[in-house]
Design a protein around this ligand. Structure first.
Ligand code: HEC
Length: 229
């Protein structure tokens, strides 16, 4: 109708808009304060620590990989095949093709629609190395919260080591195996023997599976913890 009516209406709309903005400012302040009070994930961290029983010593890759059971690792990979191929140029399935995984950028395989979580992980971690595959495959959704890999995980250390040794044969043989350093692997748990003395066979693990020598034996005869890196 008249300009005056229009102005009134417009003025009212503007006033309501301002009121909403004002309310959000006020309540926003309140929410901010609540957010800091208690981070929700604290509980899970504690649980992880307590159910983990013995803290797992990371494997010394230079020691465990050369003796790992590649055939057994291939058998473990059967669990992955529902979602992954591992042949050169193989198709993506529910999960991405894993040829040449080691040394590859996480979330970087062409033609696969990764979750934002995996893409973000790739932003922080430039390559899939032994350690990160090992940790991820243990409990994918705990390690990368929000990943769409709905696989429960491989709890057994030797299964993961054998699997990684197998995956390395699938397009990643160029990804170097570091020199053995058993002392470094043992150090976090028990304190380490001098590096040159600690041959894998020296660890007192009678009856242990041949595929996991030093890493499964935190009970390396101890001296003081000197961990050369
Ligand atoms: C139920 C299906 C499923 C199974 C079983 C599965 N995965 Fe996955 N995997 C996925 C999906 C989906 C992704 C993509 C994850 C994302 O984008 O968050 C993925 C991603 C990955 C990645 C990251 C690859 C990249 O390009 O960054 C690795 C490594 C991996 N899986 C290894 C394995 C291994 C090893 C196994 C067997 C022990 C396995 N997966 C079993 C579905 C599966």
């Amino acid at each position: 109708m008249s300009d005056l009516t229009f102005n009134k209406v417009a003025g009212a709309v503007l006033a309501v808009g301002l009121a909403i903005v004002g309310l959000r400012e006020v309540s926003g302040g309140l929410f901010d304060q609540q957010k800091v009070e208690k981070p929700g994930y604290m509980v899970e961290v504690v649980e992880e620590a307590s159910t983990g029983a013995v803290a797992e010593v990371p494997p010394d890759w230079g020691t465990v990989l050369p003796t790992a059971d590649v055939k057994a690792g291939e058998a473990v990979f059967a669990k992955c095949k529902a979602c992954h191929t591992d042949s050169s140029g193989g198709p993506n399935g529910i999960g991405p093709n894993l040829w040449g995984l080691l040394g590859r950028k996480p979330g970087g395989h062409a033609g696969f629609a990764y979750s934002p979580a995996m893409t973000e992980f790739g932003g922080k971690q430039p390559v899939w190395d032994y350690e990160h595959v090992y940790e991820f495959v243990k409990a994918p959704q705990k390690y990368i919260g929000g990943t769409k890999m709905t696989f429960v995980g491989l709890k057994k250390q030797d299964e993961r080591i054998n699997l990684i040794a197998y995956l390395r044969t699938q397009g990643s043989t160029g990804f170097a195996i570091p020199a053995p350093n058993p002392a470094a692997a043992a150090a976090p748990a028990e304190g380490a023997a001098p590096a040159e003395g600690a041959a894998p066979g020296a660890a007192p693990t009678a009856g242990a599976p041949t595929t996991v020598p030093a890493a499964a034996a935190p009970a390396t005869p101890g001296g003081t913890a000197a961990a050369p890196h």
